[in-house]
Write a protein that binds this ligand. Sequence first.
Ligand SMILES: Cc1ncc(COP(=O)(O)O)c(C=O)c1O
Length: 413
Amino acid sequence: MTFSPHHLREQFPILQTQVYGKPLVYLDNAATSQKPRCVLSAMNTFYENQNANVHRGVHWLSQVASEAYESTRAQVAKYLGTPKTQEVIFTRGTTDAINLVASSWGLANLTQGDTVAVTRMDHHSNFVPWQQLCAKTGATFRIIELNEDFQLDEASLEAALALRPKLLALPWASNTLGTINPVLAIAKRAKAQGAFVLVDAAQALPHLFEAKDLLDTIDFLAFSSHKLFGPTGLGVLWGREALLNRMPPIQFGGDMVLRVEDHHTQWNELPWKFEAGTPAIAEVIGLGAALKFLESLDAHRIREYEENLTQRILQRFLQEPGVQLIGPGKHSVQGAARLGVFSFLVDGVHTHDISQFLDQQGIAVRAGHHCTQPLMSKLGIAGTTRASFAFYNTFEEAEVLFQSIQAARRYFQ
Ligand SMILES: Cc1ncc(COP(=O)(O)O)c(C=O)c1O
C-alpha cells in the first residue's frame, strides 16, 4: 500500500491553519518543520507534571525529570544507530554542535600546514566556524566546488582529498539546492586520506535517512531537533567516544564538573562534560516524543512517497515556463539524488516579490540566500525563492504552488 499523508496531516494541528482565508500551504520545511500533537503534549505534560531540574535533586520530581531527559538520550542514540549514549551530546542546535567541534577539537588539533575542506553548498553554520578556525590557527581553508548539476564536482573533491585534509566537513543534503551527497562513499575516501569527517545531517534526517552505516565511518554528526519535527532550541552532536574523551570542554559551569577546587576542576564524564548549565529539558523530552512518532511510521514507505513526490515536482519545475530551477535535475538523465527542496528564480520577478505574492495565497516559502552566501556569490545571484517539502506535503499543494507562480508572473508582467 502506498503511503498517503492525509491521515498523518491530522496529527499536525498547525497544518489546519487558514492564512488570509486560504488553507496554509507550508513549504518552508527546510527552515523548520511543524510539530505533531504528541510533541506538543509531551512538553505540556512535562511542565504540568514533571518539571524539575535534572541531575541535581534527590527529590522525586527531579528524578522523574532526569530519567525522562536521560532516556531521550538513549532514544537518540538508538535512532542514530549507536549503543553508546555517552556519544550523544545535547546542544542548542546544529550550529551550536558544529561550533562545539570547531572550538574544542579544532583549536586543540589544527595548526599551520593543516587543511580543512568544506563544500560550496555548506550552510553558513558548517562554513563560517571552519573559516574562522583556519584564520585563527593558520590552517588552509579549502572549498570543494560544484559541477553544473549542483553536485560536488569530482575533480574538485579529488583535489581537496589529495591535500590530505585534517578535516572534511560536509552536508548530507543541501538546504538550498536539495542535493543529496553520497556522504558514506565520500567519507570513506576522506578517511583513507587520514581525514576526520564531520557530517551536517540537519537536512537529511527529516527525510528519514538512516545514519547507522555512516556512524561506523565518520567522526562527528550534527542535527537540529526543530527540523526533525521536534522543538526549537535543541540539537545533537554525535561524536566518536575516543575523540570526545580527548576534547576539552568549551563551556564551564554546573553539571559539567565532577569536582571543583580553588584552583583546579575535574571535568565530568561524557556526555555531561559538554553540557554545562541547565539544559533544554522540556525540549529534550519533546524531541523524544518526535523520535517516537517517527519510529511509529513506516520509514521505507515514507521515503518512497517523498522520492516520488520530489521527482514529480522536479519534472514540473523543469517544464514550468519562465521558471529557472537552481538545483540538481536539469542535467541528470537518471533522475537526480535530491530532496524536495526547490530553489528557483522567476523571470523578471524579484525573489522577495514572488515570496510575498505566494504568501498572499497562503503559501509559506522562503526568499534569500538561505545562509549559503558563498554559494550565491559563486552562482552570481543574490538569492532564490525556496519551496521545501516534508512528508506531510502533497502533490495538490505543489499544484497550488505552480498555479500561484504563474499568477505571479502574470501579475508582475
Ligand atoms: C544544512 C543545514 N545546516 C545547519 C543548519 C543550522 O541549523 P540551526 O539553525 O538549527 O542550528 C541549517 C538550518 O537551516 C541547515 O539547513
